[in-house]
Design a protein around this ligand. Structure first.
Ligand code: ATP
Ligand code: TPS
Ligand code: MG
Ligand code: MG
Ligand code: MG
Length: 321
């Protein structure tokens, strides 16, 4: 049967439509890069969220709006870009009260101020289905400086900007798992799921030092695979070096699997590669070294090692079908 999943459809049906335009980056990056003025490029990213798929129907709508902006800001942060403004699409379920929409707008207002972006336009429709919202976010980068997924080189270190598995565990807590977990840990994990922090604080250091970079949305292993494939390198990740929080370690003591953490997604940390002194500079800024790039034997393979031995990974990350 023809593979009907997200990446196959993008590759087979949409990639040919992008052609060889340098703007599209082969539809294998987090953003499109458009020439802007003499000094800067415009970078553009779109991410949508669907009730029941990206957030829970019980999540408050101001937080849903904030998460929507933040998952898009996360893509810009990984590219070393400065956010500029956004367009908004809302598909409201029939009969959704004005007050609910007002709560959604309140969330946008708070994060517009927090992240210094303005609303430039959008579209409003209604739907017989669940709530769907989408943002197209614009950012600016000094000309030619947008960090690609495709720049990793054999010999590069692989680095991550913070703890993995927080968002995944937050969703599990909201779904009633790990009831024995301490309240402060539950709150921390739920907060990361509902309100991820885009790593804009790392944008400059990434732009200055990384060969390749992206944000982790689908899962650490899957997204490492996206860098490996785009860059034509193989990557080893050392499971023992993957950073986790105290809250995540407490959840693991209650049965959560580290393999679920590294494939669960919803991390919105930055994953990047760099060599030598530049990898050191990234570590000094707070990145953690978790692996290494090798010349590609089998295009874009990721191997997860624990105590030097390969671990079998059945599910590497989230895929829409
Ligand atoms: N329907 C589509 N039409 C055209 N291009 C698409 C479509 N869906 C995805 N893409 C492109 O595919 C590439 C990868 O998109 P993807 O959504 O996987 O990246 P991401 O936003 O970094 O990840 P995530 O959606 O998990 O946050 C991007 O270049 C994106 O523009
Ligand atoms: C209710 C609920 N169930 C599951 C998940 C997990 N999830 C959904 S989409 C996705 C990848 C990123 O999205 P995309 O690739 O569409 O940008 C992840 C990790 C969630 N967030 N909420
Ligand atoms: Mg991304
Ligand atoms: Mg996307
Ligand atoms: Mg994204």
């Amino acid at each position: 049967m023809t593979d009907n999943s997200e990446f196959s459809v993008i590759d087979r049906l949409f990639r040919p439509l992008a052609g060889l335009t340098s703007e599209a980056r082969g539809l294998r990056d987090d953003v499109a890069v458009l020439p802007s003025d003499n000094t800067h490029d415009l970078v553009v990213t779109t991410d949508a969220m669907v009730e029941g798929v990206h957030f829970l129907s019980t999540d408050p709508l101001d937080k849903v709006a904030q998460k929507l902006l933040r998952v898009n800001l996360s893509d810009l942060a990984a590219k070393g870009a400065v956010p500029y403004g956004y367009q908004l699409l809302t598909a409201w379920p029939h009969g959704l009260p004005f007050e609910a929409k007002q709560t959604f707008a309140k969330g946008l207002k708070a994060d517009q101020a927090r992240f210094n972006v303005a609303l430039f336009g959008g579209d409003t429709v209604s739907t017989p289905g669940p709530l769907m919202v989408s943002v197209t976010l614009f950012g600016r980068v000094a000309k030619g400086q947008t960090v690609a997924r495709a720049g990793a080189k054999a010999g590069d270190r692989v680095l991550v900007s913070g703890p993995i598995g927080q968002g995944y565990l937050g969703l599990k807590v909201l779904q009633g798992e790990y009831p024995e977990l301490a309240a402060e840990f539950k709150a921390e994990l739920v907060d990361t799921y509902q309100l991820p922090q885009p790593r804009l604080d790392m944008a400059d250091v990434v732009r200055a030092n990384a060969h390749a970079s992206m944000d982790i949305s689908d899962g650490l292993v899957a997204d490492t695979g996206h860098i490996a494939q785009a860059s034509r390198v193989d990557i080893d990740i050392d499971l023992n070096r993957v950073p986790t929080s105290r809250a995540a370690r407490a959840a693991m003591a209650l049965g959560a699997s580290v393999l679920d953490l590294i494939s669960g997604g919803d991390d919105y940390q930055i994953l990047c590669t760099a060599s030598g002194e530049r990898a050191k500079a990234l570590c000094e800024a707070g990145f953690v070294d978790i692996g290494e790039c090798f010349p590609a034997k089998s295009q874009g393979q990721v191997i997860v090692l624990s105590d030097g031995k390969p671990v079998e990974i059945e599910n590497t990350g989230w895929v829409h079908s």
